[in-house]
Design a protein around this ligand. Sequence first.
Ligand code: PGA
Ligand code: ZN
Length: 436
Amino acid sequence: MKHEIATVRGRQIWDSRGRPTVEAEITLAGGATGRACAPAGASRGAHEAIDLRDGGDRFGGFGVDRAVAAVNGEVAHALAGRDVRDQAGLDAVLAGLDGTPNFARLGANAAVAVSLAALHAAAAAKGRPLWRHLAEGRPVRIPLPEVQIFGGGAHAGRRTDVQDFMVMCPRAPTVRRAFEITADVYRAAGAIMEQTGRLAGVADEGGWWPMFASNEEALETLAQAIDRSGHRAGEDVFISLDVAANELAHGDGYRLPLDGAELTSEAMVERVAGWAARFPILSIEDPVGQDDTAGMALATERLGERVQIIGDDFLVTNAERVRRAADAGACNAVLVKVNQAGTVTKAKAALDAARALGWAAIVSARSGETEDVSITHLSVGWDAGQLKVGSFTRSERMAKWNELLRIEEQMGDDAVYAGAGALPASVGRGIPERQE
Ligand code: PGA
Ligand code: ZN
C-alpha cells in the first residue's frame, strides 16, 4: 500500500519572529514524504481555531511542546495506516480526535501542519507539484498578488492604525510583470520615506515601518510612491488596505489613535469610504470588527460595487460564517488562512462557500511565517485567484512569491494571470482598460 501513512513526526522549528512553531513530516509506506509548517497570526480573530501555546516563562509563553507532543503521540497513532489520498477523511480524524469546535485541545498549529503535510505527501506520491495535484487537470490561474508596502497596526508597534498598505497590479500581463512593478513601488516608497524622515526600518511582514502623522498621510505617500515609480496609480497600480479594524474596536465603536478619532461603526465606514473616494483603492479588508455585521453590510452596500470587501477576522475561513455574512449582505470576498480553520478541508469549504456566492477569494499568509510555500500552491491549485503574502522583502515572504514564478514557468504556455478577473465581478469590470 504505497499511499498508506507510515509515520507522522512533529518537531519544533522557529518562525519569522523567532518564535517556536510546529513542523510536521509524514512518510508513506511507498517512501514519499510531505512536510509543512504552521504559521502564526498577530492580529487574530476571536473566532479562529486555537493556536496552542505552552504559556509560562519559556520563550515568552510561545512554546509549542504540547502541540508537538500531540503530533508525535495521539495524532501519529490515529493516522498511521490511513490512505493519504483521503484528505477529507484524515482531516475528519483530526477534528474528531481533537473533539472541540476549534482545535483547542490538540492545537490548530498541530492540526494545520499535519493536514498540509498529508497533502504534500499525497502530491509527492503522485510525483506532481502540489498545485497540479490540487488542480486535478482543471485549468487554474496564476493569482493576482496583494503586496504590502507599509506595515502598521499590530505588525509595526501600532505606528499606523491601518495594518496593511498594499498594492495590486490587476492589469499587468503576467505575475512576473506585476512583481516588477511592485518592486519599483516598494523602492520608491522607501526613498520618499527616507527623504522625508519617515522611515524607521521594516515591519513584521517586510513592509516599511512608517512614521506617519495620520493614516491619510500613509495613503498620500503610497500614491506618491506609485507616481515616483513611473507607473500609473489607478491604471497599473491600485491600493489595497487591510484595516484590521478588530484591533481598533473600542466600546461600541472604533478608536484610531493616530488620527485622534473615536468613531461609531457608521462613522468608521464613512471614514474608510472617504479614503476610497480620494485614493485608487480597489480592496479593503476588515473595515470593521469581527462581530460588526451591520458595519460590514454598510461598507459592502456603500463600496462593494467598486471595491473588494474582504472578511478576514470577520469570516475566519469558516464556511458557516461566510454564508451568514452573505445573508446579511456583508463582504464580497473571503480571506483564506488554513490555520484559522485548522485543516485543509475546512479551509477549502470556506473557499467553496464563497465561490458559490460569486465572491472573490484570497489565500493568505500570516504575519508569523516560515519558508513553507504551501499557500502559493493552494492559491494556484484551488484557482483562488488572489494571494496575499506580506511585503516584497524577507525570505519567508519572497519564498512564496518566488514559488509563483516557478509555477508560472511550469505552466509554460498555459499560464494565465488571473489579474482583474480575480476580483468580484463588478469591481473587475470597473477597472479602466490600460492605455498603452
Ligand atoms: P495576522 O494578520 O497577524 O493575524 O497574521 C494578518 C492579516 O490581518 O491579514
Ligand atoms: Zn487581515
